[in-house]
Write a protein that binds this ligand. Structure first.
Ligand code: UDP
Ligand code: MG
Length: 340
């Protein structure tokens, strides 16, 4: 406090203090969180396009936090080069590949901006659109989701994503916005709160949606990947989908109970049929082997499926209970205070 004598209790708030640092004079710092995994063919083009877009907003300060998520190609060397040329660039080098969601988390841990933008580094999220997110933030939004109006991915990816988001919405209480990935802007206070969520199997877009605050959307057309292939093969996509579902819903567990009732009902029909045959048509024996096999396999299948669902939740409990660090950093390169 700059004041020496404290004002009497009934005095109005010291409005004059605000004049010491007028809001308009303080430039906003916008941080970009940029996960990179084997993007050597596209990262230079991405950076150039982003820098060009940022050039159109001289009234803002920017900070670019690239997170190298254990790339096995030349991505790190290229990122180091970018950090040397530009003090606004910071590179967090992971000890290994920890996955996209964790990379985003590390970036958020380091980003210092008044607003933080998370976007992919394959030019699927156009840098120009990120400035539209900034406009929405300046207009008062605390979370700005970039919603995919159209996307250029394969028909399979589009169809599965479309189905998944609708399924997720219908089975959770969280209002997860449709057709949004992780491309979004978070106000400083949202980013600070988000950092308190330290769960391992994380689904960042779901967590953000569950937080509340003033949320809004900006629609954009998602481009094709500039270079290279998707780093989200089916296996990783499926894992993210399971993480999303199990992070926000116990619907799969409840489904087991429903499945149990359905199977019981079916077996009741079978029992009634067998009894009816015995009493009314004793000359016909209910065919044995095929029926038995079907029942055994059906029951075996449903039971294993149910165990799998329970196992998924137990697996989450297990990894959370271990409480291991979310990620390990080899080094942080660049930034305004670095000596490099
Ligand atoms: N990514 C990452 N770690 C991974 C996989 C992906 O940091 O294990 C990054 C990747 O470099 C890209 C973003 O996450 O910037 C999104 O990945 P990708 O474009 O492959 O996913 P898609 O757009 O196909 O869903
Ligand atoms: Mg992509």
């Amino acid at each position: 406090m700059a004041q020496t004598a404290s004002p009497p209790a009934h005095a109005p708030a010291p409005v004059a203090l605000a004049a010491v640092e007028p809001e308009s004079a303080r430039r906003s710092l916008i941080s970009y969180v940029l996960p990179v995994y084997n993007e050597q063919d596209g990262i230079t083009a991405f950076h150039a396009e982003l820098i060009a877009a940022l050039g159109s907003r001289p009234e803002l300060d920017f900070e670019l936090v690239y997170v190298n998520d254990g790339s096995a190609d030349g991505s790190l060397a290229l990122l180091k080069g970018l950090a040397e040329q530009d003090p606004r660039v910071k590179v967090v080098d992971f000890a290994r590949n920890f996955g996209h969601q964790i990379a985003i988390t590390a970036g958020l841990d380091l980003a210092a901006g008044d607003a933080v933008i998370v976007m992919d580094t394959d030019l699927q999220d156009p840098p120009k659109v990120s400035l539209e997110l900034v406009d929405a933030w300046q207009a008062g939004a605390e979370i700005v989701h970039a919603r995919r109006r159209t996307r250029q991915d394969t028909a399979f990816k589009r169809a599965t994503a479309h189905l998944y988001y609708r399924l997720l919405r219908s089975s959770t209480e969280v209002d997860i916005p449709l057709d949004t990935g992780d491309f979004r802007l978070l106000d400083r206070k949202v980013a600070d709160e988000l950092r308190k969520y330290r769960e391992r199997s994380r689904f960042v877009r779901g967590i953000v949606a569950s937080m509340g605050y003033a949320q809004t959307e900006v629609a954009f057309d998602r481009d094709e990947r500039f270079a290279g292939e998707t780093k989200y093969p089916l296996r990783k996509m499926a894992r993210l989908a399971v993480d999303g579902m199990t992070s926000f819903s116990t619907a799969p567990l409840k489904m087991i109970t429903r499945l149990g009732f359905a199977v019981l009902a079916l077996s009741l029909v079978g029992i009634l049929y067998a009894l009816a045959m015995k009493f009314f048509k004793p000359e016909i024996t209910v065919s044995g082997w095929t029926m038995l096999m079907c029942v055994v396999l059906f029951l075996g299948g449903t039971q294993m499926l149910s165990l799998g669902v329970i196992g998924t939740y137990i697996g989450r409990i297990y990894s959370e209970a271990q409480g291991r660090p979310l990620y390990l950093v080899r080094e942080v390169i660049g930034g305004p205070d670095s000596d490099d």
